[in-house]
Design a protein around this ligand. Sequence first.
Ligand SMILES: Cc1cc2nc3c(=O)[nH]c(=O)nc-3n(C[C@H](O)[C@H](O)[C@H](O)COP(=O)(O)OP(=O)(O)OC[C@H]3O[C@@H](n4cnc5c(N)ncnc54)[C@H](O)[C@@H]3O)c2cc1C
Length: 550
Amino acid sequence: MKHRPSEISRVDTDVLVLGGGLAGYRAAVAAREKGTSVTMAYFARGASPYIIGCNSPIGHADDRDTPKMFFDDMVRGGYGLNDRRLVRVMSTGAVDAQRELSAIGVEFPTENNRITQRHLSGNTYPRSLFIPEGTGKIVLEHLSAHATEIGVQTLAGLKVIDFLNDGGDVVGALLWDRRDAKFLAITARSVVLAMGGIGRIYSDSTYPADIGSDSYALALRHGARLIDMEFVQFEPVVTVWPEACRGMEMPTAMLGDGAHLVNAHGERFMFRYNPGHGEKQIEKAKMALCVQTEIDEGRGLPDDTVIFDTTVLPAARLESYKTHVRRLRNAGVDPLKTPPRVRPASHSQMGGVLIDDTGWTGVPGLFAGGESAGGVHGASRLAGNGCADTLVFGALAGRGAAEGMLTPRSRNWDALIGASLKAVHASGNRTTQMGLPELKQSVRETMLRSAGLWRREESLLAGRKDLREIAHLAEELKTDETEQSIEACELGHMLTTAQIIVEAALMRTESRGAHQRRDYPKQDDTHWLKHIGFRTDGKNGFMREDIPIQ
Ligand SMILES: Cc1cc2nc3c(=O)[nH]c(=O)nc-3n(C[C@H](O)[C@H](O)[C@H](O)COP(=O)(O)OP(=O)(O)OC[C@H]3O[C@@H](n4cnc5c(N)ncnc54)[C@H](O)[C@@H]3O)c2cc1C
């Protein structure tokens, strides 16, 4: 069914924030505090409610911790690839973030009048803030209540389909409301992109279903540059069985408490990789590589998993992991008697939209923050830095958007909306054997086979070829209904993002952080201490561009 631009409802705002996770809310509050009108639009709550730990070098747990120490940890943990301008912003901004949250009523647990902080992997000192009832969930609740209080308009349950673009200026977005099958156009003087990471483009993933890698594909199409996309972080021990808990990360802290990782031969294999320490004192990213090696070399169970042996833990200790124990029992498995089975799953994206230290993407009117933006984490993200990133760069992008609004002028809105609708109305004319769900699933399987934890040239080249074939089938797909066309756009965004990850992984002929090549096992600073960037070629494709580290 065709939709006419003139019949589409319009909302006008100064700043439009796309995304309702922590970065989106923090951006909206920051922009509103600058006195602008702010509208937020998003589908659901993204990955943010699942956050457990959030880094802030306030030095309460150990007074040797400082923003400078945090800076050094980030650059070391990111294998030197981090954008130093952004690391500087993050190292001090994460301290401000704790103060800002406390000021709006977020209560962090304390001991002797000092905020309790946990020690997460890759951090020199314990600097992770946490709230036992769920850090991400509670912080989101406070930020959303505060946003409402100060007059941010919120539109939930909407899917962003495209940006409105006037001669290179991003001036709003076109959204779809599945509930009443209607489009909505939001016009704005600046837009903050905070739509999260890559979503489920790998067949094993911890991402919630509302993240669809749209942010990267849309930003690219509208003129922004993407960097460091080859660096995809995998969580090491994600539940595969019991099926009802699939995608649930088992806490690595439980391994620290004494749970074992065991292969199909009954061996505690981590001692082979990490002599003397086994499952303890090892970065999550390295542990993920070890688990994957066991599986790849045939020592996993028939369903390509290893055993996360919870049964060896003292009962009281195990019961303290309330959420995990409850979820396993609800799935019919008592972890005191039967262990779950796990393998690594894709978890977060280090790269993203290139921004400067005001959150600007270089495209007039377009700012980005949180997981949509890239550069601060380099080749690997410290545990607890996903959350700090959302708060610091959400605020930065919100302020940047309020200060960098485009000058108002008359625009032909119907024409701009019409241009965005074209993508939705475009349809092939063949019914292929594979429908949209199957094509999406083949992208996911291709990505896991070709650009998973361990990569090599042959698998990446095969992945490139398979993705091209899927893209060809997707172009031909006949879509009669608007809902199907929207799904097809989403598939297109997945394909663009997947193709960029594969291209970047092929080009980077070295191993660094989250990018590990079997055929190039060494880090090569002489040739690769730089970002691999991509920008649009103006014809629905993309081209490579090396970007020096700032
Ligand atoms: C299970 C899990 C646990 C994690 N635990 C931690 C942790 O303990 N500590 C840590 O530091 N990091 C953690 N991370 C990483 C962290 O959650 C993310 O980096 C962070 O939440 C990203 O926040 P964001 O606001 O940028 O995006 P998100 O919170 O993912 O929000 C994205 C928003 O954009 C919306 N959106 C996306 N596409 C569209 C579209 N097309 N139209 C409309 N809306 C759209 C979504 O609905 C959502 O509102 C975890 C991640 C996962 C998946």
